[in-house]
Ligand binder design. Structure first.
Ligand SMILES: [Zn+2]
Length: 410
């Protein structure tokens, strides 16, 4: 197994393509926001919150998700959205992450009566990212060519499940307005509103909303139920990623690809587990998985791998070495290393890469591939020629950092 020193992992150019804004706030900022906005939290100190909410280990998914109610409440404020976006960009730049795609469900932050419209939420977030980007890209170290430029994109999530209470003021009103409709019709209508708004804001305001995503409770709300929403995105040249196979079987991944045109899959964890397939029409589970794995690999549909997050929310993974990442590597899939939630998972991109190289056999050539997929399979906002040149320049920078650290790419 090749050993990599932490200095190299820190210095190499990186990306984060699966990164939730509401799961990645700085704790001191959250405390300030909560105090200013009278948001009730179990503690107002960093130590206290780490003991009660943002832990290094969680008993189950429910406990993991618990903290989001506080961060989402704090983000129902335009200044806070801008600040959180700005700080998140800098936290990444500071560990040599030169490209991020940040996702969130705007409807969770929306409260139209208070001016928190879809447009306002997107404008505020974009302002924060743009400010950090300009500051860094105009700095002497970037101008001199010592460090590459920073870029970003925004991924707008639909919630696959929301209810009449406790999600957001927007969702509560939405439910009320559709009180005579069936649950699935309400959820689909909410998601359709989101994708139409995302396309409009991208086209009219030139905000880099590069993709849509489907987040929230996977069990009972499979991707196929949202295929009309994905078709709309597809027909409007919007990229697509789907949380799939995180808490449900491989058929969820199958639907994401065959019905939602997914370019990338969030987690994709259960792509390798026969026992997780619930679809009774699948008679030969082994063959089904073999075909699906090969199809995903051949199409280069990229899996957004979030190691720490999976360890924290999936009790079946006792040890990092048991993670299906080993099968993903063995099947030569297109993979990108991501954090999911920097705050909730108490992690960074550097930590995730270190975890990967310390626990799995990854030769320098394959480490370079992992980094390259982050740039090449990104939903870079711009034309293909620009994207290609940019990705190439990033990999050139990778080679320079590797040679400086005595890493031979073989
Ligand atoms: Zn996620």
């Amino acid at each position: 197994m090749t050993k990599y020193n932490s200095k190299f992992i820190q210095e190499m150019p990186k990306t984060d393509l699966h990164l939730h804004l509401d799961g990645s706030l700085r704790i001191p900022s959250l405390i300030e926001m909560a105090r200013a906005g009278n948001i009730k939290m179990p503690s107002y100190t960093e130590e206290g919150l780490k003991e009660t909410v943002f832990k290094s280990h969680y008993a189950n998914l429910g406990e993991y998700l618990h903290g989001f109610q506080y961060t989402c409440a704090a983000l129902r404020d335009l200044e806070n959205i801008e600040r959180a976006s700005y700080e998140l960009a800098w936290d990444n730049i500071n560990e040599n992450v030169y490209y991020i795609e940040v996702r969130f469900a705007p409807q969770l932050m929306m409260d139209v009566e208070k001016g928190l419209t879809f447009e306002a939420v997107m404008i505020a977030s974009n302002k924060g990212f743009e400010k950090a980007k300009k500051e860094f890209n105009n700095s002497a170290e970037v101008k001199s060519g010592a460090r590459p430029e920073f870029h970003y994109g925004i991924i707008s999530c639909a919630m696959r499940k929301f209810g009449p209470k406790g999600y957001s003021p927007y969702y509560t009103n939405f439910y009320k307005a559709m009180e005579y409709s069936k649950e699935m019709d309400v959820l689909r209508a909410g998601a359709m509103q989101m994708v139409r708004a995302a396309v409009k804001v991208r086209d009219e305001l030139a905000i880099p909303i590069v993709s849509i995503d489907l987040a929230g409770q996977e069990d009972g709300y499979p991707p196929g139920k949202f295929k009309d929403i994905y078709a709309y995105a597809h027909q409007h040249f919007m990229h697509k990623t789907v949380h799939a196979g995180e808490a449900y079987g491989a058929e969820s991944i199958f639907q994401a690809i065959t019905e939602c045109y997914a370019d990338r899959i969030g987690h994709g964890y259960y792509l390798f587990n026969e026992d997780k397939i619930m679809d009774e029409t699948v008679k030969d589970k082994k063959k089904y998985l073999e075909s699906l794995i090969s199809f995903v690999a051949d199409k280069r549909t990229t899996i957004e791998v979030c190691l720490t997050s999976n360890l924290q929310t999936n009790p079946s993974i006792q040890n990092i070495k048991d993670h299906n990442f080993k099968h993903m590597l063995a099947n030569r899939m297109s993979l990108t290393i991501c954090t999911d939630n920097r705050l909730v998972s108490d992690t960074t991109v550097t930590k995730e890469f270190q975890l990967a190289v310390d626990n799995f056999t990854i030769a320098p050539k394959h480490l370079k591939d992992l980094v390259a997929y982050g740039f090449k399979k990104s939903f870079f906002f711009g034309n293909y020629i620009d994207k290609r040149n940019w990705a190439k320049s990033m990999m050139k920078h990778f080679d320079q950092v590797a040679s400086k650290n005595g890493i031979e790419i073989v």
